[in-house]
Design a protein around this ligand. Structure first.
Ligand code: UD1
Length: 421
């Protein structure tokens, strides 16, 4: 398995292009199941998770082709051959469950494997199930699979989500666009990826109001057409690279992003002492302070601080002056990066979902182990500012979410290389 070697190399300077959002694309691709006509996605990121979704959709009979070096994905669902999402694919990626809502809406039946355990917590499906049942689906759990059918078709109704789950909002939205009558999704997730999905569905002819707020209203239509849609920028990739100067010093401009995507994250960056501003082409971040300041962080649904930037933030707070308290409220067990950062000299105490970080002057490079996608990148960032050499092992997670990471960081002056196994 590949590893990545990082060494501090002085301040960073230059531009980093931000790709289309992985999480938006993973919801947009299954939207093709809702229409017989082609769906074309531009600004798609080139990531292994996208390839996994491609394999899943092909297994259902969807024609998927990657054009323009993978940046454009052309999908066509005119001849579906299966309504079953197999365990072998779903276990690799939880987002596979996003075929459930659209398959039910179009075919009236779907069999989707439960995703199983995940390194960052239990991640059950109860909210998805309750919402689809409210729309008239009958869902049974057998042999590790959800067997869903809608014998009388889906019918619009009021659906109140127990928690503003991103995936459950997406599945419900995709089911509701072809349901009979009006669906009102209450306590809907407000993430930019939901807005992007709603925008694409609207281009396909869906009637949706309120995406980006807690109440989404959908007027069901009989059929959807094809469309071409530009995938929104990846706010997690953006936030990750915005943090790079916090570790190495200097200034980077992230091309293609904007601050509205990041909610509470931006304010925290300013509080620690980074200079953050929008530029004509994106977002510019500069570190001129000698030492950054501690800050408390609580992860919350958008527009709160994103859980997918928590590991990177923790890595930064390891060398901030003072004590920071970081509370993870979205996922249980999402602090696997803490012991690895401690191997680099960080002072972190974890009690349940809360981590108390006492800033040290500098981290020291060490061999460390990547345990999940965001944990991997937090260790690479830590290595950018640490004394000596850091080798991050088992980096395959990284390729799920970051396109050409070494290349992008090298272009702004980082000393980083991939060591093929
Ligand atoms: C999405 C993102 C992921 C991000 C997460 C939270 C994608 C492909 N992935 O994941 O990167 O970290 O949002 O911002 O978009 N839950 C339940 N029951 C359910 C569904 C969820 O209890 O039926 C719980 C989960 O266990 C978790 C929390 O709700 O603790 C948030 O999950 P959710 O918002 O659904 O995240 P995902 O859509 O899986």
């Amino acid at each position: 398995m590949d590893s990545i070697r990082v060494r501090a190399n002085g301040p960073l300077r230059g531009q980093i292009p931000i790709a289309g959002a992985k999480n938006a694309c993973l919801a947009l691709m299954p939207a093709t199941l809702l229409s017989e006509e082609p769906l074309t996605l531009t600004n798609a990121p080139r990531l292994s998770d996208i390839r996994t979704m491609t394999l899943l959709l092909r297994s259902l009979g969807v024609e998927v082709s990657a054009l323009a070096d993978g940046k454009v994905i052309a999908l066509s669902s005119h001849g579906l051959t299966s309504t079953r999402a197999d365990y072998d694919i779903v276990r690799k990626m939880r987002a596979s469950n996003l075929v459930l809502g659209p398959l039910l809406a179009r075919e009236g039946v779907a069999t989707v494997s439960l995703p199983g355990g995940c390194a960052i917590g239990a991640r059950p499906m109860d909210i998805h199930i309750a919402a689809l049942e409210a729309l008239g689906a009958e869902i049974e759990l057998r042999d590790g699979y959800l067997h869903a059918k809608a014998p009388r078709g889906l019918r619009g109704t009021r659906v109140a989500l127990r928690f503003a789950s991103v995936g459950a909002t997406e599945n419900t939205l995709m089911a509701a666009v072809l349901a009979k009558g009006t669906t009102v999704i209450e306590n809907a997730a407000r993430e930019p990826e939901i807005v992007d999905l709603a925008l694409c569905l609207s281009r396909m002819g869906a009637q949706i109001d309120g995406a980006g707020t807690s109440t989404i209203t959908v007027q069901g239509v009989d059929r959807l057409a094809g469309a071409t849609h530009h995938v929104v920028a990846d706010r997690i990739e953006l936030g990750t690279y915005m943090l790079a100067p916090a570790f190495a010093g200097g200034e980077v401009e992230c091309i293609g992003g904007h601050l509205d995507l990041l909610g509470a994250f931006v304010e925290k960056l300013r509080l620690v002492g980074l200079e953050v501003e929008e530029s004509a082409a994106g977002v510019r971040v500069r570190r001129s302070a000698d030492r950054l300041q501690a800050v408390d962080v609580v992860t919350e649904p958008y527009p709160g601080f994103p859980t997918d930037l928590q590991a990177q933030m923790m890595a930064m707070l390891c060398t901030a002056q003072g004590v920071s308290v970081l509370e993870e409220r979205i996922f249980e067990n999402r602090f696997m990066h803490a012991p690895e950062l401690m191997r680099m000299g960080a002072r972190i105490e974890v009690h349940g979902g809360t981590a108390r970080i006492t800033g040290v002057e500098r981290l020291r490079g060490a061999p460390v182990m990547a345990t999940d996608l965001r944990a991997s990148v937090s260790l690479i960032l830590a290595g950018l500012g640490a004394e000596g050499e850091t080798v991050v092992n088992r980096v395959y997670h990284l390729d799920r979410g970051y396109e050409r990471l070494e290349e992008k960081l090298r272009a702004v002056g980082a000393d980083i290389e991939r060591i093929a196994a």
